[in-house]
Design a protein around this ligand. Structure first.
Ligand code: NAD
Ligand code: MG
Length: 388
């Protein structure tokens, strides 16, 4: 019966996670229905998605895209809206059962807050939302009795390992990291890293921002902060281990010496499915893990001297308040500048470090504080980039 279908709002539907979520919807027409789709600028793909999935609403961030969609979509089926403010209103619509946040960057923060306040459960890929404002988001989730269901594979792994466990028995969270494309490259050769090389991840096929973050290990740093907020474990008890095969997606160590791991082939379908189907599991045709084929699983400690981004993330998490927000904004601007050929790979960390020497620190930030720090850091970093 159609009223029993879970109605989804998919934010960032044109991206890597968004399109994989829609594949799951396409293959499970009895379980899911699309209520809303949103994208930043790819209006052609959004148009094609809207024709196929017939959402009640689409939201786009560009004027051109807005005009195009208004002209070409049948408004009886799909209403077209513009920008993050309208998106933030639409995610509160009563028919939505689950908001899938697959936006990249801190742009995902405000719509998430509105969705939580409307008591919508969130399937969260958009880790930057928790990095920037984890304290606020988790506080609101508790207040409005909303579940934040992680899509990030490491956090989905931990989430799955924790089913049936008690918080007091958790000793340590261990996040695995592939190590990225430069794991075996000498630090002295980092000056020659090109955009093309940084965009070639050994195991995962993802959007450009997270792929660059994986190459610097900033992604793992952001994930340490994400894990801190999702699972409420002290920073000293969250560690990172390099696991180049990306088969173990993360581990939890318990007080009795038992360590649980969640495994699977490196693809995002499983964590997306888990978030969409929670608390159940959804059957799906994916590649199964064949350990005999994989043969060896290897592990090594991360080298924080070679990859200082990871160390920076631990540092800002220990400082707390608006420090992770400043780190995130600086990183977003630097990744964008690197992808646009404005700065070199090795410049990213130098500029981030410089910007963190002086930022507006608020210990117990409210939304306006986060937005101010995000804006101000972007201004400072853009300045540093233009002078570099
Ligand atoms: P992507 O670049 O492929 O897609 C991003 C989506 O967000 C697009 O639909 C884009 O239109 C939209 N978007 C971009 N800027 C926006 C803005 N300012 N306002 C509104 N929408 C905007 O990114 P992705 O790889 O799908 O990653 C999405 C999020 O999921 C990121 O936070 C990433 O860290 C996280 N994540 C991704 C993967 C993966 O395998 N791709 C894995 C784990 C976590
Ligand atoms: Mg991850």
């Amino acid at each position: 019966m159609s009223s029993e279908k879970k109605q989804l709002a998919i934010l960032g539907s044109t991206g890597s996670i968004g399109t994989q979520t829609l594949d799951i919807v396409k293959n499970n027409p009895d379980l899911f229905k699309v209520f809303l789709l949103s994208a930043h600028s790819n209006h052609i793909l959004l148009f094609n998605q809207a024709k196929k999935f017939k959402p009640k609403h689409v939201v786009i961030n560009t004027i051109d895209g807005y005009e195009f969609l208004k002209k070409n979509l049948n408004k009886k089926n799909t209403k077209v809206s513009f920008g993050i403010s309208e998106l933030s209103l639409l995610v509160t619509e009563k028919d939505i059962n689950l908001v899938v946040n697959a936006i990249v960057g801190s742009a995902g923060l405000v719509p998430t807050i509105h969705a939580i306040k409307a008591k919508k459960n969130i399937a969260l890929a958009n880790k930057e939302t928790l990095v920037v404002a984890g304290q606020l988001i988790m506080g609101l989730a508790k207040q409005y009795n909303v579940s934040i269901l992680p899509i990030d594979s490491e956090h989905s792994a931990i989430f799955q390992c924790l089913v049936g466990e008690e918080k007091k028995h958790i000793q340590k969270l261990i996040l695995t990291a592939s190590g990225g494309p430069f794991l075996n490259i000498k630090k002295s050769d980092f000056k020659q890293i090109t955009i093309k090389k940084a965009l070639k991840h050994p195991n995962w096929d993802m959007g450009p921002k997270i792929t660059i973050d994986s190459s610097t290990l900033m992604n793992k740093g952001l994930e340490v902060i994400e894990a801190y907020w999702l699972f409420n474990v002290s920073v000293e008890n969250i560690s990172v281990i390099i696991h180049p095969e990306s088969i173990i997606h993360s581990l939890v160590e318990f007080c009795d010496g038992s360590t649980k791991a969640q495994m699977g082939v490196p693809e995002m379908t499983t964590p997306i499915l888990y978030a969409l189907g929670f608390p159940g599991r959804l059957p799906y045709k994916t590649d199964n893990l064949d350990l005999a084929k994989v043969k060896n699983l290897s592990f090594l400690k991360p080298d924080m001297k070679k990859f200082p981004h990871l160390k920076l993330a631990y540092n800002v998490l220990k400082i707390g308040g608006t420090a992770p927000c400043a780190l995130n904004a600086a990183n977003e601007v630097c990744v964008d500048a690197f992808l646009n050929g404005k700065i070199k790979f090795i410049d990213m960390v130098k500029i981030i470090e410089k910007s963190l020497e002086n930022f507006i620190f608020v210990a117990q930030p409210k939304l306006d504080d986060y937005l101010q720090v995000d804006n101000e850091t972007r201004r400072v970093v853009n300045n540093l980039i233009s002078k570099s």
